[in-house]
Design a protein around this ligand. Structure first.
Ligand code: CA
Length: 220
């Protein structure tokens, strides 16, 4: 029995990419351009993008939601995995970051699937709830300001249908969640969020040690 997750050395990490990554060229180039930015660590990794594409197929997703789009890697990975009539409602605040995203979405030929909403995430989610979009989404990805994770989650849980999936990024937070000496607001928020989801009987969940930690919660 293996109780402890394998530690990834640089060598093994390189092998993981070599042995499993199918990253399309357009995603690879978006990742490279974003990697040169000061905020590069806000981008999800390609292993995670590929996992999301698989999850989108598994839940048979047509309608997806994303809170925190940044330069558009995750939205693009999801959009490429969706059928032609699929959509991603992508929420972000930054015109600057999402202008990079839009360039790659256009180039990949999936811009028509992505409905970018430049507004505070909670405002967009509340708007969707107000216009009767409860129970209509198949997949949601939360990767925005950590102090609002619980608020995003509660809204996404109403917006996804029963059987729909919510993915939440950074739930292992560089390991800081496990260090009691770290008590900044973001770390505390993620800790509280993790406990909440663990005990939430409304979902079936798993916290995967992929990237910076990805929680998957399927609405029951
Ligand atoms: Ca993230």
């Amino acid at each position: 029995m293996t109780e402890r997750t394998l530690q990834l050395t640089d060598q093994l990490s390189a092998y993981l990419y070599e042995a499993s990554l199918r990253e399309p060229d357009v995603l690879r180039r978006l990742r490279a351009e974003t990697s040169a930015m000061r905020q590069a660590s806000m981008q999800i990794g390609p292993i995670q993008g590929q996992l999301f594409a698989l999850l989108v197929e598994l839940v048979g997703a047509r309608r997806c939601l994303e809170v925190g789009t940044f330069t558009g890697y995750s939205a693009l990975a999801v959009a490429l995995a969706l059928p032609d009539d699929g959509t991603v409602v992508a929420c972000d605040l930054s015109e600057e970051w999402t202008s990079i995203a839009r360039r790659y979405w256009e180039e990949a030929g999936v811009a028509y699937k992505i409905d970018l909403r430049l507004a505070p995430g909670l405002k967009t989610l509340d708007g969707l709830l107000g216009e009767g979009s409860s129970d209509t989404f198949d997949f949601a990805f939360i990767d925005a300001d950590k102090e609002e994770y619980e608020a995003y989650y509660e809204r996404c849980l109403r917006l996804v249908r029963p059987g729909g999936l919510i993915a939440v990024d950074n739930t292992l937070w560089s390991g800081k969640v496990a260090d009691p000496a770290v008590t900044d607001a973001d770390t505390e928020a993620i800790r509280a969020f993790n406990e909440k989801v663990r005990d939430d009987e409304r979902v079936t969940m798993s916290l995967l040690p992929v990237g910076d930690g990805v929680t998957l919660a399927r609405r029951r």
